[in-house]
Ligand binder design. Structure first.
Ligand code: NAP
Length: 438
């Protein structure tokens, strides 16, 4: 009998695991179980719509998905259509690659006001993720504040500020571009609670903010460190190099001539959010100035407000527990020993180690788990994997999508694209299934 392995989630962590398993094991049958009818997780629903080059990594994933031992079961939700326990009875090994789909909550007073959104929801909305189709944020404001200094914060600020021309080659959905491009937003504040040397955005993403047609980057030169060596002393060599580049870029921004661009992205550091002000809707956000010592932030009692009609909290993501697996609430991950939860059950990607790193950071997770599976599982098991799964799904009237269904959806998306856009995304599960089934 072949070894039957289920990977729950078809984002980068899931695909790198499948890749590693194929290399490690000649006689494996690998099945992706995916909640959405479409594959690729954050590549489709998280990577910014104007970063199409990054999204091209799916061409590599597709080679894996098309291999004969690999099947895709989309539109199948764990807990709704099949439980983790049931999967474990059918498969020799189950790998959880379910990511960190929710926002780390902003817990300051007023965070529930209208006009305050978490970046998971906001990014999902502008990427046409079906879960956030109906978010419809009110962008009728001149000023937005993005809390956080990570790459997601940079993405959000850029997508809010980029001109329709700048977005022409993106797959920004129509219902989103209508709202974003009609918005009177002229100023976006990106506010970090620590200093510029501690910012988590990477340099390529930061530099892109200096190349926007309609938007000028604004940096307070006095916030740049005088003694860079001292503020970077806690970091290792690689981090020191990356952060030095960020400071150089920010200094260039601080010095750049005013080219009369109509919009601004303001970088403000040393400011911790304290309170969202307003009635039902956000009208301003209060910050406290901070000081950073040995990487630790403390408030210095000096408050200031930024008037705004939109706040995007981009302070990180969190995973959700899944029934049938343990969960470490404090760290927001499934407790695991370098990917092994227990023999037969494994974790890769953000559910394993938290929401950090770039796409390729998921590759080693897959390699390690493939090694564990080879160690833990014997080939004499009588589990039959997808044969049992399909019987169960049919019994339960689940309309699953195979990889060929995804290819049909993709063809339809590409055919419906206008101008130089690469595709016009389906943005509801219902529309996807209707398109497939006529
Ligand atoms: P992130 O890199 O962890 O950044 C989160 C930011 O939120 C940090 O600046 C953090 O500040 C701040 N923060 C956290 N809690 C806060 C609070 N209570 N109040 C104020 N600020 C708070 O997370 P992310 O931007 O969501 O990105 C997630 C991962 O995806 C990262 O590894 C990122 O590099 C990756 N990603 C990569 C790309 C790309 O390569 N183009 C694009 C998008 C995302 P502290 O540092 O002080 O904690």
């Amino acid at each position: 009998m072949p070894l039957n392995i289920a990977i729950i989630g078809s984002g980068p962590a899931g695909f790198y695991t499948a890749d590693a398993l194929i290399k490690a094991c000649q006689d494996c049958r690998i099945d992706f179980i995916e909640r959405l009818p479409t594959p690729f997780g954050l590549i489709r629903g998280g990577v910014a719509p104007d970063h199409q080059t990054t999204k091209r990594v799916t061409q590599k994933y597709e080679k894996t998905a098309m291999m004969e031992h690999v099947h895709f079961y989309g539109n199948v939700e764990i807990g709704r259509d099949v439980s983790l326990d049931e999967l474990r009875q059918m498969y020799d090994a189950v790998v959880l690659a379910i990511g960190a789909p929710n926002d780390k909550k902003l817990t300051i007073p007023g965070a529930d006001k209208i006009g305050v959104h978490g970046s998971a929801a906001f990014v999902g909305w502008y990427n046409g993720h079906p879960d956030f189709r109906d978010l419809e944020p009110d962008l009728n404001t001149t000023t937005a504040v993005v809390i956080g200094n990570g790459n997601v914060a940079v993405d959000v600020a850029r997508v809010l500020l980029r001109s329709p021309n700048g977005m022409a080659e993106s797959d920004l959905p129509d219902h989103v571009s209508k709202i974003i491009h009609a918005a009177p937003i002229t100023d976006v504040y990106m506010v970090g609670r620590r200093g510029p040397a501690d910012a988590k955005f990477t340099n390529v993403e930061l530099r892109e903010m200096g190349h926007l047609n309609m938007t000028a980057p604004r940096v307070k030169a006095y916030q740049m460190p005088e003694d860079l060596g001292a503020v970077l002393s806690q970091y290792g060599d690689r981090d020191r190099r990356l952060r030095t580049r960020n400071i150089e870029t920010l200094k260039e921004f601080a010095e750049c001539a005013d080219e009369g661009k109509p919009k601004n992205v303001h970088f403000d550091f040393f400011a911790s959010p304290i309170k969202i002000l307003g009635g039902d809707r956000v009208e301003a956000i209060r910050f406290e100035r901070t000081t950073v010592e040995n990487g630790k932030t403390s408030g210095i009692g000096e408050m200031f407000d930024i008037e705004c009609g939109l706040v995007i909290s981009s302070i990180g993501y969190r995973s959700e527990p899944i029934e049938g697996a343990p969960f470490d609430k404090k760290n927001g991950i499934i407790p695991n020993d370098n990917g092994r939860i227990e023999p037969g059950l494994y974790a890769v990607g953000w559910i394993k180690r938290g929401p950090s790193g770039v796409i390729s950071s998921n590759r080693p997770d897959g390699v390690i788990v493939a090694e564990y599976i080879a160690e833990d599982i014997t080939f004499d098991s009588n589990k039959s994997g997808r044969d049992d799964l399909e019987v169960m799904l049919k019994d339960r009237h689940v309309r699953w999508t195979g990889y060929s269904d995804w290819k049909k959806l993709e063809d339809m998306e590409v055919a419906a694209a206008h101008g130089s856009a690469p595709r016009k995304k389906f943005v509801t599960v219902e529309d996807m299934i209707n398109a497939l089934d006529g």
